[in-house]
Design a protein around this ligand. Structure first.
Ligand code: BDR
Ligand code: CA
Length: 317
């Protein structure tokens, strides 16, 4: 059995790729998918998570709907990057995989408690609302998980404001709770994920697979490329894929340790992940911060997962 992963996401083009890697990599055991309002409304991202699983033939993984709004602030969404559906580009099928009746926070708690302590990694790739709610519901969560590998934040720059990255800005109070909890946190922020630009070479490898799932991914990346081109990027950053990859392959990223906290009261800097590599604040290290990416290794993993999911199931017997 592989790494036990619970993916909390807001699909989202790069969240969709995160789902495919978590479901398709042989080193992964995807236990559950939970959704959170972020890139689009909770209804849309939940529909999208189910649609991605339907296209990819992922069944038997519980999918639960989560928070419709941040803990205390007004919701923000990201149609500028992800379109009106949250997953513009490909034709989305009507989902055939069911929706779990539990709320996301409940499913997170139940899933972690149902497994051996220290075995389940939470991988949040959207705002951290569900994770904070799950922690509030069951404070033992912190000691029970293996860790949290989150896509969010940055140590040099934001993408939604000059200081703040979208997932953290969307629910800074939730993010602050996640960084403050006593559990191993890996921050896969923009400094890392802007190294993961899904360029033509990667897209070509996906296209060559020739499966319907590969066509779906190509349509996703086509839309995403145009959205990023408007901001001067030569190719789109597939942020969320990196947070899953970090769990499955210890060699795909390198890290530095730091104390990280979230600015909640800044005039210009709310949602900033203040990252102290040098102990200037006199606080203990609480985060492993991703700093560099082995891009070829990431693309190899992603292509292999898409290939694996796209294959027809072997004949029984
Ligand atoms: C993050 O925000 C979302 O738009 C992406 O899905 C990713 O999780 C990048 O800032
Ligand atoms: Ca996301």
């Amino acid at each position: 059995m592989g790494e036990k992963i619970l993916l909390d996401c807001d699909p989202g083009h790069d969240d969709a790729l995160a789902i495919l890697l978590a479901a398709g990599d042989p080193r992964s055991e995807l236990l559950a998918i939970t959704t959170v309002a972020g890139n689009q409304t909770i209804d849309k991202v939940t529909h999208n998570a189910r649609a991605v699983c339907t296209v990819a033939g992922v069944s038997g993984v519980p999918i639960a709907r989560g928070a419709a709004a941040p803990l205390v602030r007004e919701a923000i969404i990201a149609p500028d990057y992800h379109g009106e559906s949250g997953l513009d580009g490909p034709a989305l099928p009507e989902p055939t995989v069911p929706l779990d009746p539990r709320a996301a926070a409940e499913l997170i708690v139940e899933t972690v408690l149902a497994h051996e302590p220290g075995t389940v990694t939470l991988v949040p790739t959207g705002p951290l609302t569900n994770i904070a709610l799950a922690l509030a519901l069951e404070p033992r969560l912190a000691e029970r998980v293996k860790g949290v590998s989150l896509m969010g934040g940055s140590y040099t720059r934001g993408n939604r404001t000059p200081a703040a990255e979208f997932n953290i800005l969307a629910d800074p109070e939730a993010a602050a709770a996640v960084f403050a909890a006593d559990w191993p946190v890996t921050m896969v922020g923009l400094d890392l994920t802007h190294q993961a630009l899904a360029d033509d070479a990667f897209r070509g490898r996906v296209r060559e697979l020739g499966t319907p799932l590969a066509g779906f991914v190509e349509d996703l990346l086509g839309f995403f490329t145009t959205a990023y081109a408007r901001r001067g990027f030569p190719a789109p950053a597939v942020h969320d894929l990196c947070a899953v990859a970090a769990v499955l392959d210890p060699g795909v990223l390198t890290y530095r340790e730091a104390f990280v906290t979230v600015e909640l009261a800044g005039r210009w800097t709310t949602g900033m992940t203040v990252t102290d590599f040098d102990g200037l604040l006199g606080r203990p290290v609480n985060t492993r911060v991703a700093v560099s990416l082995d891009r070829d290794r990431l693309w190899d993993m992603a292509v292999a997962a898409i290939a694996r999911l796209g294959r027809p199931a072997p004949a029984a017997g």
